[in-house]
Design a protein around this ligand. Structure first.
Ligand code: AP5
Length: 214
């Protein structure tokens, strides 16, 4: 079996990218690089990037390629990425995928979590998050400690971009701008499509078996 360690995970907003990245990186001992988490941290810290990104995220729009590409390239260049990485939420435009290839950043597999829009609406409507990065769902993955995080004990919150009208906007942008990236990796023979409607554990096992790590 081929062992694939430089991976990216794609899918609609709420398809479970962050949830799967969290489980997979523990099993594969590689870092997760989530552009969404990096941007939210930059907003919380009040950096220049955070200020630029904040208004796009709030409206459910993509942050411009020129803001995001440099951040990801710098992150992949760090020591902990030498043995591999899991990119979560990048690339999500053809411009980002092409910029990555131009920099010589190769990937072994592009996972695509296939989840229909009606399931997405239910998932994002019930999502609760913690500032430590943990992700919960009021029905499918509740915290055993109620309204606080199981990992660090901080209060759980609703993400600012999980309002119904913003979710609809994010989905619309995904269909127009990110679907071509899926075709881009399919054309390179690197796409692994996974049924993302199964439960969290089943989906993780399915991915691990597809990449030869089951
Ligand atoms: P980002 O944070 O990447 O958001 P997203 O792509 O919209 O994806 P989400 O984080 O909303 O969902 P997810 O797929 O990770 O699902 P999750 O695991 O949480 O980006 C946010 C914003 O930042 C973007 O809108 C954009 O503005 C900007 N940005 C980020 N990257 C960018 C880039 N590269 N270029 C430009 N702009 C960028 O799961 C969702 C819920 O479902 C949770 O409650 C979870 O518990 C539950 N769940 C998960 N899996 C299952 C399952 N199998 N069964 C049942 N429930 C499940």
């Amino acid at each position: 079996m081929v062992i694939m360690m430089r991976m990216l995970i794609m899918g609609a907003p709420g398809s479970g990218k962050g949830t799967q990245a969290e489980s997979l990186v523990k099993r594969l001992s590689i870092p997760s690089i989530s552009t969404g988490d990096m941007l939210r941290s930059a907003i919380a810290e009040g950096t220049e990037t955070g200020k630029q990104a904040g208004r796009y995220i709030k409206d459910g729009k993509l942050v411009p390629d020129e803001v995001i590409i440099g951040i990801v390239i710098e992150r992949i260049g760090r020591e902990d990425c030498k043995a591999g990485y899991m990119l979560d939420g990048f690339p999500r435009t053809l411009g980002q995928a092409e910029a990555m290839a131009k920099e010589g950043i190769d990937i072994d597999a592009a996972l695509f979590l296939d989840v229909p829009d009606e399931v997405i609406m239910k998932r994002l409507g019930g999502r609760r998050v913690c500032s430590c990065g943990s992700i919960y769902h009021v029905v499918s993955k509740p915290s055993s400690k109620g309204d606080v995080c199981e990992v660090c004990g901080k209060p759980l919150t609703v993400r600012e971009d999980d309002k119904p009208e913003t979710i609809a906007k994010r989905l619309e942008i995904y269909h127009v701008q990110t679907k071509p990236v899926i075709d881009y990796y399919a054309a390179q023979g690197k796409l692994l499509t996974v049924d993302g409607t199964r439960n969290v554990e089943e989906t993780t096992e399915l991915v691990l078996s597809l990449i030869g790590r089951g």
